[in-house]
Design a protein around this ligand. Sequence first.
Ligand SMILES: NC(=O)c1ccc[n+]([C@@H]2O[C@H](COP(=O)([O-])OP(=O)(O)OC[C@H]3O[C@@H](n4cnc5c(N)ncnc54)[C@H](OP(=O)(O)O)[C@@H]3O)[C@@H](O)[C@H]2O)c1
Length: 316
Amino acid sequence: MNKSDSVFVAGHRGLVGSALVRRLQRDGFERLLLRTSAELDLRNQAAVEGFFNTERPAYVFLAAARVGGIHANNSYPADFIRDNLQIQTNVIDAAYRYGTQKLLFLGSSCIYPKHAPQPMSEDCLLTGPLEPTNEWYAIAKIAGLKMCQAYRRQYGFNAISVMPTNLYGPGDNFDLQSSHVLPALIRKFHEAKERGDATVQIWGTGTPRREFLHVDDLADACLYLMDRYEEEQLINVGWGKDVSIAELADIVANVVGFRGGLTFDCQKPDGTPRKLLDTSRVARLGWSPTIELRHGIQSTFEWFRSNLNETRGTSI
Ligand SMILES: NC(=O)c1ccc[n+]([C@@H]2O[C@H](COP(=O)([O-])OP(=O)(O)OC[C@H]3O[C@@H](n4cnc5c(N)ncnc54)[C@H](OP(=O)(O)O)[C@@H]3O)[C@@H](O)[C@H]2O)c1
């Protein structure tokens, strides 16, 4: 990519999209094409066509999606599969037909089978059943990456697919009902500290192991791959190491300054014992993450505190 190229960041207000915009702006890209979902509903094929016909973006980062936790996936399976299929089909097809030079599609580690061997390599795609709670979302994402592969094979369209691990960072969702574990812990410990609580209760036994990547590292990887990766095969991007939920809770408590104790609610489900991506392919291409978990949590907590009233799920 050259700094003078026009770049469409679809989903620029989201966790991933906003990190991409921060990074592109820092690098001096001046022709960023940004539309909110209210300005351009990517489910609407005619609107997407009109946008691509007028703007003709040279590069597209497809970070727009209907995203949610287990509860949302379970409650709205039709919305999840339809919206994601529509968004990605419209954008990938229009990008190809209106001359986009390259498109980067963002998937998720939930595309891999529920019982995939750990760490999960790109090769375990479609080797077993999915986690039933988010299969609607996962099936849509698999269709998206397959569409990128098919357009490359049939039309020679330069589309690549990146599968990130669990992400965190500025702009995350801190709503306790719908957030992921890391932002939920930041909020829980912060509120417990403010109230002067003696203990904080963590869901489950604390033993499951999970991987977390700072979203600024993901943005760095996306730019790196946009410039250097041209293959049909999807590519994992992760931190490469995992921590137990108990270890994670300790780090968050420490960063937030919560001095009380931790208890574990073992009645709550633990989920999969371990979820870690095999990141050896991206490492062989020369990319590795740089933001240590503790530092990343520290800066995310600072962002959370200074955006308390605007942050998703934090306003009273
Ligand atoms: N967060 C994670 O831990 C994680 C992990 C792995 C992969 N990913 C992947 O990264 C991508 C982005 O996730 P995220 O966490 O950044 O999501 P997010 O914070 O929920 O942001 C999603 C963005 O999509 C846009 N969007 C949704 N529906 C739209 C529509 N109909 N038309 C136009 N725009 C629409 C929203 O735009 P508005 O704000 O304008 O409404 C929003 O900015 C997803 O594909 C996800 O699978 C995320």
